[in-house]
Design a protein. Structure first.
Length: 317
């Protein structure tokens, strides 16, 4: 067994050795199934993170309950740098604040490493659903008297909260159909099982361009560079903006030097020009200079932003 003193000495010469007493793979826990936006982001960074850490990085999918299943699993893992979690807005913020009895506290139950990215949502209709823009769709939906439905990546996820905020703002009555991740939720919007889906721009845009879905609005603050022709919801009369983000977390109790090594490694990954270009092509803003304190402050600010909205909408799972 490699002793801690030996390992820390090795990190001076080779910062790639991260975990105390361990040289095996780093498991990167993801709360959603393969194919969704959270999973895709994790796989996008896994290889370059492996190069920076000098250890294999294995994406471990633990889908269910909007990311809560993965969190419950993650909280039982050792605090030695061998296990990290890729959080989305759903597991970091939306999940706990939308439940009467939150199963965890995002401010105390995670050692936040870094804020990695931010991505706006978009509203995409099945092509057979009327409405060339959000105004047209809202008019159609109101005439259906609650008969329409939308899909999301799960109850208590950021897309669920964003959809309910949009529904409240527009005054439409629709049914929520939750799925165990964004991939099956999008699939059923494409095949017409539901009328529409809300997800990240980069996830929906290929389907929009292929004609499988039709994006009628972005929930970004302004039009995006990757699809400037698509107007925002705000432009069309409803001041609703929402998106999701990715944050990296370690178990509470992970040594500070390990946290700093992981934070430095992920910062170098996010600073690579190739990574920034790939993210920009997906409509994602990548952050290269985040640190543990900034990540925790971001989560705290998002909780403060969304909790009153959840309470106003009466969402209590």
């Amino acid at each position: 067994m490699i002793h801690r003193r030996t390992l820390l000495a090795a990190t001076v010469a080779a910062p790639a050795a991260v975990a105390q007493g361990r040289g095996g793979p780093v498991r990167l826990v993801v709360g959603f199934p393969p194919g969704g936006s959270g999973d895709l982001f994790a796989r996008l960074i896994a290889e370059p993170l492996r190069d920076e850490l000098g250890r294999p990085v294995i994406v471990e999918n633990r889908p269910g309950a909007g990311g809560v299943t993965a969190v419950e699993y993650f909280l039982r893992q050792p605090a030695d740098g061998s296990v990290l979690m890729m959080h989305t807005g759903s597991s970091a913020v939306a999940g706990p604040i939308s439940r009467r009895n939150p199963p965890y506290n995002p401010m105390t139950d995670f050692a936040w490493v870094a804020l990695l990215s931010n991505a706006p949502f978009a509203v995409a209709l099945n092509p057979r659903v009327p409405g060339e823009d959000l105004r047209g769709f809202v008019a159609y939906a109101k005439a259906q008297n609650g008969a329409l439905s939308y899909s999301s990546a799960g109850i208590g996820t950021t897309v669920h909260l964003a959809a309910e905020a949009l529904n409240a703002a527009t005054g439409i009555q629709v049914q929520h159909v939750p799925y165990p991740g964004s991939a099956p939720a999008i699939t059923d919007a494409i095949n017409g099982t539901v009328a529409y889906n809300i997800e990240t721009y980069g996830t929906l845009l290929p389907h929009h361009r292929a004609g499988a879905l039709r994006i009628v609005a972005t929930l970004a603050e302004e039009r995006t560079a990757i699809a400037p022709e698509i107007p925002t919801a705000k432009e069309q009369g409803w001041d609703v903006s929402a998106g999701t983000y990715n944050l990296l977390a370690a178990p509470v109790g992970t040594p500070r030097d390990v946290m700093e090594q992981v934070s430095g490694a992920i910062g170098r990954v996010m600073a690579k020009q190739e990574m920034q270009a790939r993210l920009a092509a997906l409509g994602i803003t990548g952050y290269a200079r985040s640190n543990p304190d900034e990540a925790k402050a971001f989560v705290e600010a998002e909780i403060a932003r969304w909790r009153p909205i959840v309470q106003r909408l009466g969402i209590a799972l």
